[in-house]
Each structure stands twice: as structure tokens, then as C-alpha cells.
Design a protein around this ligand. Structure first.
Ligand code: MLC
Ligand code: AMP
Length: 528
């Protein structure tokens, strides 16, 4: 059981992030937790709203272990709903706010979601789908809309939901236990459909305690956070670290390089910034354009995609600081980190976090490999998730018999000082701007187009996003659909960032004797 940072580990035990927030609210109620636009939310205000949200859910009939989805961009209501669902012993389902028909239909059905916290646009997108179980919407009025419909039993404004029933404020609340399920993040769609990775409270608290130790997170830290909260990086690292340590976050609705650079320049209270490599590339371009380097911070962290040594070096030259690169996944939150003190080595992800283990195994035999040999990275420890939601076979396949999680990432570990380097992926995965894109999911959508016979999706290098989506299309007839039409077709059905940036037409796809598309042969088309 991790203890609160800055307080004797013997004094306070925290079994969940919401328990941490409750303790901070009692101990230091007026301390600011979240700064968002023109709002300052103290720990006392945050916990009060979280408790009311939990009580409203319970009075609404939420059962322990029931799933509620959050389909929102960054805003304080996201945090209140996230912690409130957990305090009510529900499970949070995280939904990327860019998801469209295909992803929404799958996730809401797979997780059997009955209640969703979203905005008006999100509700409209969901109401167009066949989701009979999804009966209740809690609506965040995030766009200054005044034409919101009347509150009904099926649809209620967020502010009314937490203030709704004075009797529900009498409902007594019990903190979640370490082994209780907490959150599901959808990921790893190698079969075309994403799987829900279920994390329990002790995964969340043990990992954030390890991060706190490794990065020296303290009550005095102030994080500038523009990562989306619907993924692990923004929520389970940035937001959790802040709330666990009774620190403060300056939360942005979304990332904008001009805003981030000027905030870093003008606000010397900020100590931390976390980003994906694309954000660092944009900050460098903006710093060059403005010609003004920002104040140094205690720590810049990069992750979710490889940070190129060139960006690492350029950043050190312009900002005078070495970015700390770390490696994580939805299933395991944070796995490895470069050292806080000691060498932050470009192109590497450092060592396992304290209390966690890593090793490299042969992809075929699964036997551990000696140092310097490339194989698949496996990790083990209290941070590793408990399994994929309703997928016992996929869960069993993801672990070795002795409990190591197979990450699907390839890499090696150096023999002299144990630094890990990621060299590629054992599974098909495109990472664009820190978002994971599974080719199979896009191929499945493309082949539902009436004029497309076959499709293969590849990742091509992209200077800003790291990789970009390219689709190779075999039309059914001699007349192929226009590339713009194919892109629009995908954009209507899937998150826009998954749409192909480039379409290449071919007469056929190269297949091996088993009929599997040989994508390495298609890679030659990318340069033609
Ligand atoms: C946005 N677009 C992208 C994109 N992001 N296209 C490809 N790849 C991306 N990553 C497209 C949109 O679909 C849209 O297209 C257009 O760009 C403008 O949208 P936007 O929302 O204004 O984009 P922008 O703000 O510029 O977004 C770029 C970004 C964002 C880098 C800020 O992608 C981002 O926040 N990435 C972080 C992802 C993240 O948090 N990953 C962590 C996963 S957890 P159109 O055509 O509709 O206009 C994990 C574990 C770990 O991996 O280790 O952390
Ligand atoms: P997700 O499934 O969205 O949680 O994404 C996790 C994946 O992001 C990992 O399996 C890696 O492939 C990738 N990733 C995360 N951090 C890094 C990093 N620092 N370098 C390279 N890849 C990374």
C-alpha cells in the first residue's frame, strides 16, 4: 500500500487515487489541485464534487463493478467523473473523444456501458448507434451551448447530476479496496477490434508510487498538462501523479504549441511538462520561430512513441535540458524510465521503474536472451494489468507461465549498465503522434467499401507524427473510388487520426502460400 509523498509512509496509507484526494482534502483543503481556464479547484472542492458524483451514481442504481464511460475532451468534469465512478465502486471506461461509429459501437457494447459522461455532440454521436443498454447521459456543457435540452431521466446536465438529490448526499461512501477494478482502457486491436485492458486500484497506486520515487514528484510540483486525459499518459501518469502527491496541475483542453511555449515562458511556477515526441517537435519549431527559449523546468518527460536522438539533442541545444524518455503501455502504465539523476541517454528508455522488472526473450522459444541480444520485451510487477475485459484466451496468451507480460515491443538491454532500447514491434502497429493505430482495424473498414476488393494498411515515416497511415487499395472494378472519397469514408467511421494520409492503388496484394499479405513487399511501394 503506497503512502502519500511528503508524509511519513507510516502515517498515511492510500489504496486508491480517490482515497489520496480525500485525504488531501481533509489535510489541506484550500490547496489548489486543478487550474483550468479561469477556474481554480482546490482539493476540498474536488473531493466534494467527486463525493456528490459518487452519491448520485449510487442513487441512480449503479452496481459495484458496473461500467460507466467518459467520452470527453480535457476538463475538470472529466476528473470529477473519473474519481466519482471509482468512489462509487464502478469501473471507468475511457473513450478517445475522436472515436466515431466503429470504435464507439464496439467499446460501448463490449463493456456493456449503461451510463456515459459526455457533451452534447458526443451524446448525438452515440444516439445514432445501436446501443440499447446505454440509457443515461450525463452532459457536460463544455461549448457554452445554451440550447441544451431539458433534463430528463435519460439525460441530465453534469451540474444538475451532482446537485440533484439532497438525500443522496446522505449515502455513506466506502473507499475502493486495492484489488477492486478501477479503469478499462481499450488498446491492442491486432484482431481488428480493440481489447479492454482492466486495471485494478493497486496497479494504479503502485505504479504512481514508483513514478513518484523515480521522478522525485512532490507536493511542490506544478504540471502543465495538455495530453488527452482519455489515455494512460495524460490520466494515469500526469493526473494521477498530481493527485497522489497533493501537487497541482495546469490542465489544458488540448495541446497548442504557441500556448504551451508562452505559458512556460510566463509562468515560473511550472516544474513539469509531459508530452509525446510530436509535441516536442512542435515546441522546437515554435521556439525557433519566436527565438525565445523558455525558463528551465525541473523535468520534461517524453513517451508513448520513440523520441528521436535528433529531437533529444535539438531540445537540449535550444532549451538547455535533457528530456527524460520513458516507456509505457495501457496494460502496464509505466514500465521503464531514464534516470532522474544520471545519464538520460538518447534513443533508450532506461531501466524498469523501482519495484518492477524487465527482461528480453526470444520471440519464438520465449527463452530469456543474454544482454545485447534483440528480442521481445517482457515486464512483471504490481503495475501489470489483471487481464483483458471478457477475453480469457487473449489474457492467457499475453502472459508467460511465470507471470511475465509480453509487451509486443522488440528491444535489447545493454550488458554494461542495463539500459533498455526499443528497436521495433513484434505486432503490426502504427504510432502516429503518440496515438496507436492498428492496420487491421482500418483494413476492415476499407473492405466494407462497395468498390474496394482488398486493402492493406502500412505505416510510413513522417517527420512530425513519427509515422503516417498509408493504404494500398485493390479496387473491385476497373474504376477505383477517388482517394479523397476513400479517406472521407474512413473518417466518417473511425477516429479522424486513423484515416489514410496517402492511397496507393494496386492490381493485387502480394500474398504468401498461406494467403497472408506480405507487407514487407508493399513497403517498396512507399518510396515509389
Ligand atoms: C490529430 N490528428 C492526427 C493526430 N492527432 N493525425 C494523425 N496522428 C495524430 N496523432 C489529426 C486529426 O484527426 C485532425 O484531422 C487534425 O489532425 C487536427 O486535429 P487536432 O486535434 O487539432 O490535432 P492536434 O491538436 O494537432 O493533435 C496532435 C497531437 C495529438 C500530437 C497534440 O495527436 C495528441 O494529443 N497526441 C497525444 C496522444 C496520447 O496521449 N497518447 C498516449 C497514449 S497512452 P482532420 O482531418 O479531422 O482535421 C500510451 C502509453 C504511454 O501510449 O507510453 O504513454
Ligand atoms: P498503448 O497501447 O496506446 O498504450 O501504447 C503503448 C505502446 O506505445 C508501447 O507498446 C510502445 O510500442 C509504444 N511506446 C510507448 N512509449 C514508448 C517509447 N518511449 N519509445 C517507443 N515506443 C513507445
Amino acid at each position: 500500500m503506497p503512502a502519500r509523498a511528503g508524509v511519513s509512509k507510516m502515517e498515511i496509507q492510500m489504496n486508491s487515487i480517490v482515497e489520496a484526494v480525500s485525504q488531501h482534502a481533509q489535510h489541506d483543503p484550500q490547496r489548489p489541485a486543478i487550474l483550468f481556464e479561469n477556474q481554480t479547484i482546490t482539493y476540498a472542492q474536488l473531493y466534494r464534487d467527486v463525493a456528490h458524483f459518487a452519491q448520485a451514481l449510487i442513487s441512480q442504481g449503479l452496481q459495484p463493478g458496473e461500467r460507466s464511460a467518459i467520452f470527453l475532451d480535457n476538463c475538470p468534469e472529466f476528473i470529477v467523473a473519473y474519481l466519482g465512478i471509482q468512489l462509487a465502486h464502478g469501473i471507468v471506461v475511457l473513450v478517445n473523444s475522436q472515436y466515431r461509429q466503429v470504435e464507439l459501437q464496439h467499446i460501448m457494447t463490449d463493456a456493456d456501458v449503461h451510463l456515459c459522461i459526455t457533451n452534447q455532440a458526443g451524446k448525438e454521436a452515440l444516439q445514432h448507434l445501436a446501443l440499447p443498454a446505454l440509457t443515461t447521459f450525463v452532459i457536460v456543457n463544455d461549448a457554452g451551448e445554451h440550447a441544451l435540452e431539458q433534463t430528463t431521466s435519460a439525460s441530465i446536465l453534469f451540474a444538475d447530476f451532482i446537485a440533484r438529490d439532497t438525500h443522496s448526499n446522505q449515502i455513506s461512501l466506502k473507499m475502493p479496496a486495492p484489488a477492486d477494478p478501477a479503469v478499462i482502457g481499450y488498446t491492442s486491436g491486432t484482431t481488428g477490434l480493440a481489447k479492454g485492458a482492466l486495471l485494478i486500484h493497486s496497479n494504479l497506486t503502485s505504479n504512481i508510487a514508483a513514478i513518484t520515487t523515480a521522478w522525485r514528484w512532490s507536493v511542490n510540483d506544478r504540471l502543465l498538462l495538455a495530453l488527452p486525459l482519455f489515455h494512460a499518459h495524460g490520466l494515469l501518469v500526469g493526473m494521477h501523479g498530481t493527485l497522489f502527491n497533493e501537487a497541482c496541475v495546469i490542465l489544458r483542453r488540448k495541446f497548442d504549441a504557441v500556448d504551451i511555449l508562452s505559458t512556460l515562458y510566463n509562468n515560473s511556477s511550472i516544474t513539469l511538462f509531459f508530452g509525446v515526441p510530436t509535441m516536442y517537435i512542435r515546441l522546437l519549431a515554435e521556439a525557433a520561430r519566436q527565438g525565445v527559449p523558455p525558463h528551465p523546468l525541473r523535468l520534461f518527460v517524453s513517451g508513448s512513441a520513440p523520441l528521436s536522438p535528433q529531437v533529444f539533442n535539438d531540445f537540449e541545444r535550444i532549451f538547455g535540458q535533457r528530456i527524460l524518455e520513458r516507456y509505457g503501455m495501457t496494460e502496464t502504465i509505466m514500465n521503464m524510465t531514464n534516470p532522474y539523476e544520471g545519464e538520460r541517454r538518447a534513443g533508450t528508455v532506461g531501466h524498469p521503474f523501482p519495484g518492477q522488472e524487465g527482461r528480453i526473450v526470444d520471440i519464438l522459444t520465449r527463452a530469456p536472451l543474454p544482454a545485447n541480444a534483440i528480442g521481445e520485451i517482457e515486464v512483471r510487477g504490481p503495475h501489470v494489468f489483471s487481464g483483458y475485459w471478457k477475453q480469457p484466451t487473449a489474457t492467457a496468451e499475453a502472459f508467460s507461465p511465470d507471470g511475465w507480460f509480453k509487451t509486443g515491443d522488440l528491444g535489447w538491454c545493454s550488458d554494461d549498465d542495463g539500459y533498455y532500447t526499443i528497436t521495433g514491434r513484434a505486432r503490426e502497429l502504427i504510432i502516429s503522434g503518440g496515438y496507436n493505430i492498428y492496420p487491421r482495424e482500418i483494413e476492415d473498414v476499407l473492405t466494407t467499401h462497395p468498390m474496394i476488393a482488398e486493402a492493406a494498411v502500412l505505416g510510413a515515416p513522417d517527420p512530425e507524427m513519427g509515422e503516417q497511415v498509408v493504404a494500398v487499395i485493390v479496387p473491385k472494378e476497373h474504376t477505383a473510388p477517388a482517394a479523397t472519397e476513400i479517406i472521407a469514408f474512413c473518417r466518417e467511421r473511425l477516429a479522424s487520426y486513423k484515416k489514410p494520409r496517402r492511397i496507393i492503388f494496386a492490381d493485387s496484394l502480394p500474398r504468401n502460400a498461406l494467403g497472408k499479405v506480405q507487407k514487407h513487399l508493399l513497403n517498396t511501394l512507399l518510396t515509389s
